[in-house]
Design a protein around this ligand. Structure first.
Ligand code: PGA
Length: 255
């Protein structure tokens, strides 16, 4: 049995004060939902709000994640954040989000370096993969997503691979209000993502890894994804900024 995991990717939203307000509004109910271990809930604020959010959820089952990291340990890398800085206040880190790939030069190779750096510092990676609209329409989804998974997991040992969360996020579904269908996402996750993990490792590893769906998940459509056998929760953008919506999604995802 895989425990579903819902992560709120706040992206570049919320000041520290706004973060405090949002977390205060939902943490009691979220903590209750997560109390018996039937769902894992992760909040991923911008870097500067992470310590505040971590302090607010301390002592609850709620977890905190970052939206990026750099792979070097320290030094002259202006503007970057090291794994050993994050693991003081985070359990998770999102790696390879399509916005980072599209706007900030993230590549399959840098994703792999970041995954290794995260694992070496006991941060759990949430690795994002997904095809763009043109690739989808050209029937390249399986090839693109399979290649992204292979690159992200390059040279990783099986025990490390099992602990990595993958988020399948078709780029055409992110922030567009046009979510994938539950069955469509399930089939890419089952056939392509778990299929690739089975090829790289074995069937048990493919079945053990948790794979989220992401892309326009909201309070209404969440249940359609969570009913699918291969989907283990969601990576939520826009709807994670609204307490009532994020709560509704987490409720629907609870096993
Ligand atoms: P969205 O974003 O829920 O706003 O579509 C999802 C994501 O980018 O992780």
């Amino acid at each position: 049995m895989r425990t579903p995991i819902v992560a709120g990717n706040w992206k570049m939203n919320k000041t520290i004060a706004e973060a405090r307000e949002l977390v205060t509004a939902m943490r009691g109910e979220l903590a209750q939902l997560a109390a018996d271990g039937k769902i894992e809930i992760v909040l991923c604020p911008p870097f500067i709000a992470i310590p505040e959010v971590a302090a607010l959820v301390k002592g609850t089952p709620l977890r905190v994640g970052a939206q990026n990291l750099f792979w070097e340990a320290k030094g002259a890398f202006t503007g970057e954040i090291a794994p050993a800085m994050l693991n003081q206040v985070c359990d998770y880190v999102i790696i390879g989000h399509s916005e980072r790939r599209q706007y900030f030069g993230e590549t399959d190779e840098s994703v792999n370096k970041k995954v290794r750096a995260a694992l070496a510092h006991h941060l759990k990676p949430i690795v994002c993969v997904g095809e763009n609209l043109a690739q989808n329409e050209a029937g390249q989804t399986q090839a693109v997503v399979g290649a992204q998974v292979r690159a992200a997991f390059k040279d990783l040992a099986r025990d490390d691979a099992r602990g990595i969360v993958i988020a399948y996020e078709p780029i055409w579904a992110i922030g567009t209000g046009k979510a994938a269908s539950g069955a469509g996402a399930n089939s890419i996750i089952g056939l392509t993502i778990r299929g690739t993990l089975a090829e790289l490792y074995d069937e048990a590893t493919a079945q053990a890894a948790r794979v989220q769906y992401g892309g326009s998940v909201n309070a209404k459509n969440g249940a359609e994804f969570f009913a699918q056998p291969d989907i283990d929760g969601a990576l939520v953008g826009g709807a994670s900024l609204v307490a009532a919506d994020f709560l509704a999604i987490c409720k629907a995802a609870r096993a």
